[in-house]
Design a binder for this molecule. Structure first.
Ligand code: ZN
Length: 116
């Protein structure tokens, strides 16, 4: 591993950890918001049932997305630990640094991502 690659790895790790913290904070906020909605319905009944169901469906979808992204981040951190970071999972070629700069959790090179 060259010095440049090690620097890139450290940057990627910092980005991944920051994003993970952000996602976890979002989940925490969402959980609190859910509790507030439930209380609200019990005590005041201000929200219509429809609004509540819609909000709940959206919250669930968001939570699923966050869980999926957390999984990608955990996998990327694991690849950093094992020295496999930056290699495409499909073809093994190096993933373009620009692609990793945009999405540090990217697991596929542009060509393989395009095929999927
Ligand atoms: Zn590939």
């Amino acid at each position: 591993m060259t010095e440049q690659q090690m620097t890139d790895g450290a940057t990627a790790r910092a980005q991944l950890l920051a994003r993970r913290a952000e996602l976890e904070a979002l989940s925490e906020t969402a959980r609190e918001a859910r509790d507030v909605v439930q209380l609200d319905q019990q005590s005041v009944g201000r929200l219509s049932r429809m609004d509540a169901m819609q909000g709940q469906a959206m919250a669930l979808a968001n939570e699923r997305q966050r869980t999926a992204e957390l999984g990608r981040i955990a996998a990327a951190l694991h690849r950093l630990d094992t020295g496999a970071y930056g290699d495409c999972l499909e073809c093994g070629d190096a993933i373009a640094p620009r692609r990793l700069a945009v999405d540090p959790a990217a697991a596929l090179c542009i060509a393989c991502a395009g095929r999927n």
